[in-house]
Design a protein around this ligand. Structure first.
Ligand SMILES: Nc1ncnc2c1ncn2[C@@H]1O[C@H](COP(=O)(O)OP(=O)(O)OP(=O)(O)O)[C@@H](O)[C@H]1O
Ligand SMILES: [Mg+2]
Length: 413
């Protein structure tokens, strides 16, 4: 019997759902580029994944973090930065946890002790109090860089990586704090240490350190305003796009063909299968949004207890979460600056084949296309909501569906 607790679509507290769609490029980047290069001492930038709410930024890095942990790497928790909090304090606390796990705190070196003491004080009191009290010692960012370098060196000796994940980075609204954080992490990424190669030669190498930053698209401009070209030199920024239908279908193929193993009541196992028509309904309703994909899948699973998830189950489940699907889209639309939202709405009024800049500008009430200024470019490059092809099109298919059709409502058939 299928029970809600067995749903492979539902995420856990800090774990991504087991049915996972797409993102192979980013996972491959970790597996085949970032980790092996850094482990062998070659420079590789930090990674920034930005994108609209629910596109799957946090889950992607938690998936990478789980892989890293399974290889024995030293991985921070997901360091969420609440608005108005002191991000240096949060980072200091997490790095101390890693230092404990790595056993650094028990080493007797005097210099290391001083670094740990300094970082402990940042973790306890935060940066602003620290600066106000005129604390002796290194600037906070210098202390954090030093601790990262110590962690990296210890990891290097064990052949593992240090992985740092800062989430909700757009909330680092304080410019001084943003500068300190980016400098601390960037300096650690750029640090080279001397090691002795076979044959006694001394060589310089980078540390086995990976830094992932995740957050809303606004972060890129904040970081550039703060650090300019230095940010681009130290972090590679990637705007996450929705998932393709093919990737969603592929993610569901296993449960369609082989079924999903669940425990039965007699200590054995049963298999739950997804009807092909149910699979198509999930893909169709999700519009490429990971958040909606897991919602449609989970509620389809919850809708019955038989061994087959039918299309009817998916539709019945979806009818319970329609308002959540609407909120998901509205969260994105409501955050847009007035002119960007106007542009999107004008675009939605025009038939999909006729969405030229001129037609959209006219629909938005501009005298000339030029008056739309940087708006189309921002919606394309920074937010990933539209693409400026010929004609213009929506990348964010849930936004399009919401503005141009009855979606998420479905007619019972
Ligand atoms: N590739 C994926 N396959 C399946 N489910 C996913 C995938 N990525 C994310 N999800 C699910 O989608 C939901 C939203 O993901 P997540 O919280 O990572 O998005 P986010 O971009 O961090 O959103 P926010 O901006 O609100 O923090 C989560 O429930 C997650 O489990
Ligand atoms: Mg998130």
């Amino acid at each position: 019997m299928r029970e809600p607790v067995d749903s492979p679509f539902s995420p856990g507290a800090d774990t991504p759902p087991r049915i996972w769609a797409g993102r192979s490029q980013q996972l491959n980047d970790w597996n085949s580029i970032l980790r092996p290069r850094r482990i062998s001492g070659i420079d590789e930038r930090g990674r920034t994944f930005l994108g609209e709410a629910g596109v799957g930024k946090s889950s992607l890095v938690r998936t990478i973090a789980r892989d890293a942990e399974s290889r024995g790497d030293w991985v921070t928790d997901q360091i969420r930065i609440p608005l108005g909090s002191d991000p240096m304090q949060r980072l200091a606390g997490e790095l101390l946890n890693l230092a404990n796990k790595a056993g650094l705190s028990t080493r007797p070196r005097q210099e290391l002790k001083a670094i740990l003491a300094r970082v402990s004080s940042i973790a306890a009191f935060g940066v602003s109090l620290e600066l106000r009290e005129g604390q002796e010692g290194d600037e906070p960012y210098v202390a954090l860089t030093k601790l990262l370098v110590e962690l990296g060196s210890a990891a290097m000796a064990q052949g593992v990586m240090v992985v740092v994940h800062l989430d909700e980075v757009q909330n680092i609204s304080d410019e001084a704090a943003l500068s300190q954080i980016l400098t601390a992490l960037g300096d650690a990424l750029a640090t080279e240490v001397t090691v002795t190669a076979p044959g006694g030669r001394e060589i310089l190498r980078h540390l086995p350190l990976a830094v992932y930053l995740t957050g809303l698209p606004e972060f890129e401009e904040m970081a550039h305003a703060q650090q300019g070209a230095t940010f681009a030199r130290r972090f590679l920024t990637n705007t996450l796009r929705p998932i393709t239908d093919e990737d969603m279908q592929a993610a569901l193929q296993g449960i369609v063909t082989e079924g999903w193993e669940i425990p039965d009541q007699h200590g054995g196992s049963d298999y739950v299968v997804l009807d092909p028509a149910a699979r198509d309904a999930i893909v169709d309703l999700s519009k490429g949004e990971p958040f909606l994909f897991q919602l449609a899948g989970a509620y389809g699973w919850y809708a019955g207890d038989s061994d087959t998830i039918t299309r009817e189950d998916v539709l019945a489940g979806w009818s319970l979460v329609e308002s959540e699907a609407v909120s998901h889209v509205c969260r994105i639309l409501d955050r847009l600056p007035e002119r960007e939202r106007q542009f999107i709405e004008a675009m939605a009024q025009i038939d999909s084949g006729r969405r030229t800049l001129t037609a959209i500008a006219t629909a938005a009430g501009y005298a000339t296309p030029q008056q739309s200024g940087a708006v189309p470019q921002r919606l394309d490059q920074i937010r990933g909501i539209i693409s400026r092809g010929k004609p213009y099109a929506f990348r964010h298919r849930a936004v399009e569906a919401y503005l141009t059709t009855d979606w998420p409502r479905i007619e019972a058939d």
